[in-house]
Design a binder for this molecule. Structure first.
Ligand SMILES: Nc1ncnc2c1ncn2[C@@H]1O[C@H](COP(=O)(O)OP(=O)(O)OP(=O)(O)O)[C@@H](O)[C@H]1O
Ligand SMILES: [Mg+2]
Length: 102
């Protein structure tokens, strides 16, 4: 996957958004400071992959999107005292739900 100037889809270009270049050949590790934009970039990459494999326009200058069998994005989960579930239980349930519905 190779994308130039990927725009997080929920931003408007006039909002002073930072566009990112992505060159993803295989497994990669994304690091950065808190609030540095890691989660936003992951959301943007997944959205771009989904749009791309659907044959739709990607919010980027250019995008080379290979075909993916599945796209999974797991973000941090919180505990749910109302449901009597710890953060691990919520996380486990969400992952199980995601994989069962692939
Ligand atoms: N590409 C971007 N351009 C402009 N602002 C951005 C961009 N990406 C993220 N931001 C702003 O920075 C904020 C923090 O981004 P994000 O939550 O993605 O950071 P993070 O690295 O995942 O933080 P944490 O380490 O705390 O999880 C966002 O809410 C958004 O307002
Ligand atoms: Mg984050």
């Amino acid at each position: 996957m190779k994308i130039s100037d990927l725009l997080p889809y929920w931003f408007h270009i006039a909002e002073g958004v930072v566009c990112n270049d992505v060159d993803m050949q295989s497994l990669f590790l994304l690091t950065g400071p808190n609030g540095g934009g890691k989660s936003s970039l992951l959301r943007s990459i997944c959205a771009a992959a989904l749009l791309g494999i659907c044959g739709l326009m990607v919010p980027a200058e250019s995008a080379l999107i290979p075909y993916f069998d599945s796209i999974t994005l797991h973000m941090k989960s919180y505990d749910s005292p109302v449901d009597k579930k710890s953060s691990f239980q919520v996380c486990y349930w969400l992952m199980l739900f995601s994989y069962v519905h692939l």
